[in-house]
Design a protein around this ligand. Structure first.
Ligand code: GMT
Length: 375
């Protein structure tokens, strides 16, 4: 199939999933066209089957806001015609599903029918899309997609609760290629980060308020009082500075490394003992799944789809949002004993296999085939 993928190309779960999906589909012989304003960050492997088409928005002084949706929908029309695209797959409802719908309408004027699959990722529903400024447009775009998928059952439930949806929503979970998370321990260069007796605790995100980065520092503060440890915070975002200030206030700055954005998360996870994800909201928690695939147990909140990914008592533990004491106590349960840690690591890795590329990507292929045949 010839598939156009529209996504955000920046660091963030939806862009990562869209990119990995495109790469996996290309490996399975499909022709993939990424259409977005910048080459997606994780798309470092350009292959014969992968194309990237940049959407540029010319700056015009009359406009206070440059019309990205307009440029995107025009680009979609051009690319669909030029490459004879069979199906559009838009990731993140705002504004991609809206622009995709407009492209479909323009193409219909020329007698071209193209189905659109919309994947809901989380904040497009639970945070941004639900805002009264966007809600009518998001509801319209979802109801006018040919097929709608959500990355967890929890996100499906939220969508049906928050919007007036008339379409079936199919749950297709996020996935990872578990083969890419098999770095042998010797390549890990753990000694660059910590001394042999220290445990390494990691958090990866875009450090927005929804990630509760200050909770991460507070949980770590309790842990490091009991066992020697280091905290690695990977990512960039508005909560980085407040977290650094909190670490300074608590007198633990020397035990926390702020590492910025990284394309080598797998290498960092390789020497990590525990992953922290105490988010306020999380439709799925791709970062938790990446940690599990690397054999890293997860301490998370029990919000949204996290309980579908992180299994309590098996791959880690879940607690109510903000319950810092319980999260720290559970972290200590895992970390204070080598055998317990090893058992959690093994179970976390095993549990991640449920979401392997080979299990999930065929579900998208079936959805595309149905959409193309009009079912
Ligand atoms: O919050 C993020 O990490 C970014 C955001 C996005 O849309 O890029 O992530 C959402 O989509 C991810 C991929 O489907 C999910 O794993 C995240 O749980 C979800 N984030 C939230 O719901 C807050």
């Amino acid at each position: 199939m010839r598939i156009a993928i529209v996504c955000y190309p920046t660091f963030g779960g939806s862009g990562v999933v869209a990119t990995e999906l495109g790469v996996a589909l290309a490996e399975r012989g499909h022709e993939i066209h990424f259409i977005t304003y910048k080459q997606p960050v994780r798309l470092d492997l350009l292959s014969r089957n992968i194309h990237f088409h940049e959407v540029s928005v010319p700056k015009y002084p009359l406009f206070k806001y440059q019309p990205y949706e307009l440029a995107l929908s025009s680009k979609l029309v051009d690319m669909v015609k030029l490459y004879k695209i069979d199906v559009l797959h838009v990731h993140y409802a705002i504004p991609h599903a809206y622009a995709g719908y407009m492209a479909k309408q323009m193409l219909a004027e020329e007698g071209i029918t193209i189905p659109m699959v919309t994947t809901l990722h989380g904040t497009d529903i639970t945070l941004v899309g639900n805002h009264p400024f966007y809600k009518p447009a998001v509801t319209f775009s979802i109801n006018n997609s040919d097929c709608v998928t959500s990355v967890s059952q929890s996100l499906k439930d939220d969508t049906l609760r928050l919007f007036n949806i008339k379409k079936e929503i199919y749950v297709v979970p996020n996935f990872i290629d578990t083969k890419n998370f098999n770095n042998p321990y010797t390549e890990c260069q753990r000694d660059l980060m910590a001394t042999p007796n220290e445990r390494i605790i990691t958090h990866v995100s875009n450090l927005r308020p929804v990630k509760r980065v200050s909770d991460i520092v507070k949980i770590f503060n309790i842990i490091q009082k009991e066992i020697p440890s280091k905290l690695l915070i990977v990512g960039e975002g508005p909560e980085s500075e407040p977290a650094e200030l909190l670490a300074e206030e608590l007198g633990i700055s020397d035990k926390i490394l702020f590492m910025g954005n990284s394309n080598e998360v797998d290498k960092i996870l390789c020497f990590t003992d525990l992953f922290l994800l105490p988010s306020e909201k999380e439709s799925f928690g791709l970062a938790a799944l990446e940690a599990m695939a690397s054999g890293v147990p997860v301490i998370s909140s029990n919000t949204g789809g996290l309980s579908e990914v992180n299994i309590h008592g098996e791959s880690g533990f879940l607690s109510d949002v903000g319950n810092i004491e319980e999260m720290a106590a559970n972290a200590l349960k895992i970390l204070s004993n080598d055998e317990t840690l090893a058992a959690f690591k093994t179970r976390a890795k095993k549990s991640a296999i449920r979401f392997d590329t080979d299990t999930v990507v065929p579900q998208y292929e079936a959805i595309y085939r149905n959409a193309i045949s009009g079912n």
